[in-house]
Design a protein. Structure first.
Length: 462
């Protein structure tokens, strides 16, 4: 499955499997030696060597080997997490046409920040637990067969397969409800991300509207979660009835039919808790299979966030007849912009037009065409500046960004409403900086204000 790429593309997962194999081999060894000591005790008594092996097999799995398992699990997760994040960064880098697209943000950025990394951790833990449980069932069943009778081992295996079949038959319904649950959770989380302004500012109209929508989304999320639990737990309960009944009945029947052989009966009774534990582990395997249907959907959604997106066609948003381009006193048509950028090495072009005619979409289209040769600077952003933004005013953030761009090697600067929310003095200072930049490269700008400017110093915006 392609969505598992970040999980198995590292050596720590292989190391984890080997350590788990060692741990469960020791656990099964403990089962075997306990059964042999019980079966032989009335006749041969206790043997020191066998007692020593029993001590080692019981002591090591829960102490030293357990530490190794936890260590390898953590290293496997961090390695898978880094692989996922690097793939996300690589595939989504420099796709500017998706920057203002809300669907892309929710399907990619929000999933990466909120659910993607948690899904990777859940998957690593899932396969770690599944491997340990599967090996525990297999190796302990072999130990029980060696100590008691092959019949009990066969019944354990048959019961387990029947249980797995029941889960498989319910898999399609579980998968459908799990995907719906994840989608409703994502919708709720996306709405919660907009909660700060609506709650803290205390504007009753906007808060009531936000709260009503929150209530609707929460009810949908709750309904989807309950539906998933109903489908999943019904299948698990039915499988548990079949598995428990068969194994427990077989163990008691074997003890009754061999009641004339005290050592064998004693071994059966001593192995009965381990047999029931295997039954519980089979139920856990069944639970894993049910959970996997949900985790598989989460992985599929997570995997979509690392697939390289196709550029979004923004041309339908650009109303060329309503947009103008000026350089000094010379006016141009938007259709000429690419030819102008090809024929000029320096200069300052200003895109004009009313709100909603596609000026920003035109800038993003240019960024998509010229890729890393162009730098796009929006009015509001979280770009990693050389200076921290926490202590800077709006004007100082804009000036810091322009200074950073001044030292970059890009040929084209695309400035989207750089003068928004600035005082006249701050606009004048930044205008002078942009004039200086346009002497070294091409600047294409959208102006929020077109009034005349006077030169001044950067001041704090109050």
């Amino acid at each position: 499955m392609k969505s598992l790429f970040p999980i198995f593309r590292n050596g720590w997962v292989k190391a984890l499997v080997l350590i788990i194999l060692l741990q469960q081999f020791l656990v099964a060894g403990g089962t075997y030696f306990l059964g042999e000591i019980t079966r032989q005790f009335p006749i041969e008594g206790l043997k020191l060597g066998m007692m020593l092996c029993l001590f080692i097999c019981i002591f090591l799995p829960g102490t030293i080997v357990h530490y190794w398992v936890v260590w390898c699990t953590t290293r496997a997760y961090k390695s898978a997490q880094l692989s996922y994040l690097n793939e996300y960064i690589r595939s989504n880098y420099n796709h500017p046409t998706h920057w203002r697209n809300e669907d892309s943000r929710q399907q990619r950025h929000d999933i990466m920040c909120r659910g993607g990394q948690e899904t990777i951790l859940s998957t690593v833990n899932f396969f770690s637990d599944l491997t340990a449980t599967g090996l525990n069932i297999l190796l302990n069943t072999i130990s029980i067969i060696l100590v008691t009778d092959v019949t009990l081992g066969v019944v354990i295996i048959v019961a387990g397969l029947l249980g797995l079949g029941i889960i498989h038959l319910a898999g399609a319904k579980i998968s459908e409800t799990s995907r719906n649950e994840m989608l409703t959770d994502n919708q709720l989380n996306a709405h919660l991300s907009k909660s700060w302004d609506n709650i803290v500012l205390g504007n009753q109209l906007f808060f009531d509207r936000w709260k009503n929508h929150f209530n609707d989304l929460f009810l949908k999320s709750e309904k989807a979660s309950l539906e998933t639990v109903k489908k999943r737990e019904w299948a698990i309960s039915l499988a548990g009835v079949v598995t428990n009944g068969l194994v427990l009945g077989c163990a008691l029947l074997l003890a009754w039919t061999n009641r004339e052989t005290p050592g064998f009966v004693l071994a059966i009774l001593v192995m009965l808790p381990r047999s029931l534990q295997i039954v519980m582990h089979i139920q856990i395997i069944q639970t894993y299979l049910a959970q996997w249907k949900r985790l598989e959907e989460r992985l599929a959604v997570t995997y979509e966030s690392v697939l390289e997106p196709k550029p979004i066609d923004l041309s339908r948003l650009i109303k060329e007849n309503d947009i103008g381009i000026k350089m000094g006193n010379t006016a141009y048509s938007p259709r000429e912009i690419e030819n102008l950028l090809e024929s000029h090495k320096t200069g300052r072009f200003t895109i004009t037009g009313e709100n909603g005619v596609g000026k920003s979409s035109l800038l993003l289209t240019l960024k998509n065409k010229y890729r890393t040769s162009a730098a796009y600077l929006p009015a509001h952003h979280q770009l990693m500046l050389h200076e921290t933004q926490l202590s800077l005013s709006t004007g100082e953030i804009a000036l810091a960004a322009l200074k950073d761009l001044q030292s970059s090697n890009c040929d084209i600067l695309l400035l989207d409403e750089w003068d928004a929310n600035l005082s006249a003095e701050n606009r004048a200072v930044l205008d002078q900086v942009i004039n200086q930049l346009s002497l070294e490269r091409i600047v294409v700008e959208i102006r929020h204000s077109i009034e005349k400017m006077s030169i001044g110093n950067i001041k704090q915006n109050n």
